[in-house]
Write a protein that binds this ligand. Structure first.
Ligand code: J2J
Length: 547
């Protein structure tokens, strides 16, 4: 695909092996739509409030939108930033892109100018698809501001009311007409190749460099199939989506796409609020859902007094940040279902505990890889494998773990070994039974309730403040979210800086709210390691003493 020439392919011998083994089946994500419509036409596929879309509706709507996107000049290998909340239009937009080979870039609703501009420029986004007003914030306005700063032309598409004349109204585009068959055949001819990038997922990252992960149709479909199998998804699955749908976890592990692939249905909620979640479980007969530990904790607290019938719920998938064994043991009893722990990453590798795992596995481990072709290597600081059972950094390769980020060769030489192993930055040990236990991380990242925040990105932006001489961002332990961002700063002589001033400056810079530091510590001197970098271990200790 010439338009996306920063994609790092798998070595051709391995690609061949993955095909020969049946991991990659030579299909595209959009190619299932009409098969599903024909097999399951009037069965419900997607539920969003009062909107209930059948599999046939999904195919028709996706094709209508695909055709209109095509008329706007978008086609195979073009990228669009998708910043939509959990709504049926998100699903249709994603599928429409896949019909055309347009690559959706999964932004999150809290992202602002900073994220949209840097990612939009990096992938040369041809369009931004945004809600109108969402939670009181004008995303249409935001998208136009971003568009003006992009070094290339881009359209603004809006899913909402009060669409400006210089935006494109997606809801109007979604109005169907009758030309279904002809349209379908026209679009079939535009289908992308299975080895094309299907979607760009954002990486948590550790540096200021924007990093997006290109997942191919072949690899993402394999990932979806294996996750669906690991979670026992089938026709009777009713999957509830509460985490932001642009995250790999609720999107495809197995998530929305796993539910659709399996012939089940996906229920979309705009928030993980316990009352809404419990109501949806009762009303829609939800069988599975996924949550980060911070969300699961909220549900557990609220479940006892909810008064709702949660008996349809069979499994809750919990992952994305550290879960203590003690909390893990309470999740199932509190929600009346079984816990499946998941250790995963948008970069690829997914581990799940089995649906019927004994408690000692489900509570104390993060499970085993979903594919027999996943390779895991636990290494010490010199990349030398540690003895079996000992903790070290996890390196991984496999049929759904790409070999590099898009368009950042220098960063790739740091994030991947020369043999193509992805450095997860996670400290793990592997039990004799082959289950992964996450013990910590070596990467410079803050995990705020499952949202990954790159320390390097925060430092880069705080460093721009005129008051700041030096900065280091570290994780501050937090009972609710696991971690929050704390920045240590050394100020320029004669300057002062408060947390509120720093937060206001970063907000004005267009940084997403969840990344804004929640504690600021001013030091006369920032301690350094022997190579001259801020000594984060020392800073972490200092912070613990001050909390
Ligand atoms: C500790 N840390 C974990 C776990 C991920 C499924 C589930 C999660 C993600 C995800 C995902 C963890 N315990 N159980 O994409 O499909 C941390 C690790 C990991 C990073 C990846 C999925 N599960 N983590 O969280 O790309 O540090 O994906 O490397 O957002 O989350 O983050 P992300």
């Amino acid at each position: 695909m010439t338009k996306l020439d920063g994609v790092v392919p798998w070595p051709s011998d391995l690609a061949h092996a993955y095909r020969a083994a049946g991991c990659w089946q030579g299909r595209t994500l959009g190619s299932y739509l009409w098969e599903w419509a024909e097999e399951r036409g009037d069965r419900i596929a997607v539920i969003d409030g009062d909107h209930r879309l059948t599999y046939l509706d999904l195919a028709v709507r996706a094709d209508v939108l695909a055709e209109r996107l095509s008329a706007l000049g978008l086609g195979r290998g073009d990228t669009v930033l998708v910043q939509l909340p959990n709504c049926w239009e998100f699903v249709v937009t994603t599928l429409a892109c896949w019909r055309l080979g347009v690559v959706p870039v999964m932004m999150l609703p809290p992202h602002r100018e900073y994220e949209l501009t840097s990612i939009g420029a990096h992938v040369r986004a041809g369009a931004l698809i945004v809600p109108g007003l969402w939670r009181g914030y004008d995303h249409q306005e935001l998208a136009h501001r971003v568009r003006e700063t992009l070094p290339h032309p881009a359209r603004v598409l809006v899913v909402g009311d009060d669409v400006r004349p210089d935006s494109v109204d997606v809801r109007a585009m979604l109005q169907t007409d009758r030309d279904v068959e002809a349209r379908r055949h026209r679009l079939d001819r535009l289908a992308p190749a299975p080895s094309d990038v299907a979607v760009f997922l954002l990486s948590g990252g550790t540096t200021g460099v924007p990093k997006v992960i290109g997942r191919t149709h072949d690899d993402y479909l394999y990932n979806i199939r294996r996750c669906a199998a690991a979670c026992g998804f089938g026709h009777d699955t009713v999957y509830l989506t509460v985490l932001p749908a642009g995250h790999n976890f609720p999107l495809a592990n197995p998530g929305i796409l796993g539910a659709l692939y399996s012939g089940g249905r996906a229920v979309l909620l705009p928030s993980p609020r316990p009352d809404l979640v419990f109501e949806a479980i009762e009303e829609e007969g939800v069988t599975a859902t996924s949550a980060v530990p911070a969300v699961a904790l909220k549900w557990m607290e609220a479940a006892a007094t909810s008064g709702r019938d949660l008996s349809s719920l069979r499994h809750v998938h919990v992952g994305g940040s550290m879960l203590s064994q003690e909390v893990a043991a309470r999740i199932g009893p509190a929600l009346g279902c079984r816990l499946q722990q998941v250790y995963g990453m948008a970069e690829g590798l997914i581990c799940y505990t089995p649906v019927d795992a004994p408690d000692e596995v489900a509570h104390a481990t993060q499970g085993s890889p979903i594919s027999p072709f996943d390779e895991l290597l636990v290494v010490g600081p010199d990349d030398v494998p540690v003895p079996p059972g000992e903790a070290g950094e996890l390196l991984t390769r496999g049929p759904y773990t790409p070999r590099g980020y898009y368009g950042v060769p220098v960063q790739n030489s740091v994030s991947f070994t020369p043999d193509g192993w992805y450095r997860t930055g996670d400290l793990v040990r592997i039990t004799p039974e082959g289950n992964v236990v996450v013990c910590g991380r070596v990467k410079d990242q803050i995990n705020r309730g499952g949202e990954k925040i790159s320390a390097g990105e925060i430092e880069m932006l705080v460093q721009e403040l005129p008051q700041v001489a030096e900065v280091a961002a570290v994780a501050m332990p937090d009972p609710e979210l696991g971690e929050r961002v704390c920045v240590f700063v050394r100020l320029r002589p004669g300057h002062e800086l408060t947390l509120a001033e720093a937060a206001a400056a970063l907000t004005a810079r267009g940084l997403a709210a969840f990344k804004i530091p929640e504690r600021l510590e001013v030091l006369d001197d920032i301690p350094h390691t022997p190579v001259g970098k801020p000594d984060k271990k020392a800073l972490q200790k200092l912070l613990l003493n001050r909390l």
